[in-house]
Ligand binder design. Structure first.
Ligand code: ADP
Length: 478
């Protein structure tokens, strides 16, 4: 059960644990700036006396703020692991429901254990907002237990002297709710933001966790990272976990792309939320868009045998976000050396989403803005860089990526330029095509774009039944 697996993965992080950890910064992916920022703490823990000798002000507390599952606990453990010091953990939520006095006693107990070791250590307080919430936010109903626990924590924190080499790490997803007393100098006074991973960070996280598993060569982690926007590190790890379970179920000892697809589906089902009514319209536009792209890709592939096979299209609502994916089987084609025909096939797949919106919804949404940009760049290359237009062998590399395309300048790469068309003026160290030249190139670009788009409309209207049926199927699963 993916839900249980998720909960298990999350509760593992919450379990209390004391002692040594062998987690290292190399186990943490996509949080490089945070790791850089924490180096001085590692140094301090390794040799607190040196700080003392130099009269340097030692670091005392760090607050890691960010959504669940983004690696805050992992980072805290890695600090301890890198420094080779023990790691003590408690969770704020342990105290909320407890009988008055129990929380404070637990805090005392934890600090006593840490002190008894008489060496540098990390004390990690997870979900610190559960006990350190601002009094105003807590409402009329002040929670005596929480206050007592918080006060005990503050007292204990202030009781450590710098030479003991104790560093406090707190984690929360709502730093704005915290009682300011917690963030005073000498307490959790350094705040670091841990963000949900972007595409590159998701790729790095997947790579870290793939190291420990046997993956087939054709599992494309980079594509997987692109396909899973909005997932946290913990959720990504869970995808690979589930993939391994899929492989086991098949009786295989290696994880294949198919195992990964199935795992993604399971995990996303586990974290999905029902689509909100106001999302349905956006959801439909997105569904139409993704299906449109898939259909054009399939039609081109059936006709030419080129392009990657479309494996499946999937769309799942997650809170306020959507996860949407087209799975292609096999690696992306290598477009570094290719032909105009192939490039234009790719342009059609890119434009197909927008065409599908227009066809099914009667009007397009702004959703296609990135596609239009991408299609434009590709066609621009066809005309300007590759000289694959009727304008012939004249190579212009657009060098500025400015706002309006009318404003860009062009760099001349070949000698035999048509002077009438392109002029020879040297501007800012570059040849400038004449206005007529620029205009001609633009006309070529737009002609190719229009033709590709018209072709998409044509293909999709010939397959409008499939387009609508597949869109409906996607919508039903939202
Ligand atoms: P948090 O404390 O922010 O809720 P955790 O540190 O408990 O998140 O993350 C749970 C697990 O998810 C980690 O043990 C790790 O396996 C994986 N994970 C989360 N973020 C990352 C990351 N940035 N790099 C590598 N693994 C990660």
């Amino acid at each position: 059960d993916p839900m249980q697996a998720m909960e298990f993965a999350q509760s593992k992080g919450r379990a209390r644990m004391d002692g040594r950890t062998d987690v290292k910064f190399s186990d943490v992916a996509g949080l490089d700036t945070i790791i850089t920022d924490l180096q001085d703490i590692v140094k301090f823990l390794q040799d607190p006396a040196k700080y003392q000798d130099l009269g340097a002000k030692p670091p005392k507390g760090v607050l890691l703020e960010g959504p669940p599952g983004t690696g805050k606990t992992l980072v805290a453990k890695a600090i301890a692991g890198e420094a080779g010091v023990p790691f003590y953990q408690m969770s704020g939520s342990e105290f909320v429901e407890a009988i008055v006095g129990v929380g404070a006693a637990r805090v005392r107990d934890l600090f006593k254990r840490a002190r008894a070791q008489d060496e540098a250590c990390i004390i990690f307080v997870d979900e610190i907002d559960a006990l350190g919430i601002k009094r105003a936010e807590a409402g009329i109903q002040t929670n005596e237990e929480r206050e007592q626990t918080l006060n005990q924590l503050l007292t204990e924190m202030d009781g450590f002297t710098p030479e003991q080499g104790v560093v406090f790490v707190g984690a929360t997803n709502r730093a704005d709710l915290l009682d300011p007393a917690l963030c005073r100098p000498g307490r959790f006074d350094r705040k670091l933001r841990v963000l949900k991973p972007d595409t590159e960070a998701r790729f790095q996280i997947l790579k870290v966790h793939a190291r420990k598993r046997k993956m087939a060569d054709d599992v494309d982690l980079e594509q997987l990272a692109r396909d899973l926007p909005g997932l946290s590190g913990a959720e990504l790890e869970n995808v690979l976990n589930e993939s391994a379970l899929e492989a086991v179920r098949r009786g295989s000892n290696i994880i294949t792309p198919r195992d990964v697809y199935n795992a993604v589906e399971r995990v996303l089902q586990g974290v999905r939320r029902p689509a909100q009514p106001d999302q349905l319209e956006i959801g439909k536009a997105m569904a139409v868009h993704e299906v449109g792209r898939a259909i054009v890709a399939i039609v081109i592939r059936n006709a030419t045998g080129r392009l990657e096979a479309v494996e499946r299209v999937s769309m799942i609502a997650r809170g306020k976000d959507w996860t949407r994916t087209i799975f292609y089987r096999g690696k992306d084609e290598d477009y570094t050396m290719t032909t105009k025909v192939r490039l234009l096939e790719r342009v059609r797949v890119i434009l197909a989403g927008r065409a599908a919106e227009e066809l099914v919804l009667g009007c397009a949404t702004s959703y296609a803005v990135k596609d239009l940009e991408m299609a434009y760049r590709l066609v621009e290359k066809i005309v300007c860089n590759y000289a694959m237009s009727p304008l012939g062998i004249t190579s212009y590399a657009p060098v500025t990526r400015g706002a309006g395309f009318m404003k860009r300048s062009f760099e001349v790469n070949v000698d035999n330029i048509d002077e009438d068309l392109f002029g020879r003026g040297l501007k800012g160290g570059m040849f400038q095509p004449s206005d007529i030249g620029q205009h001609k190139m633009l006309m070529e670009i737009h002609k190719m774009l229009r033709e590709a788009y018209a072709d998409c409309l044509d293909v999709l209207s010939r397959h409008s039944d499939a387009l609508e049926a597949a869109t409906l199927a996607l919508m039903e699963n939202m």
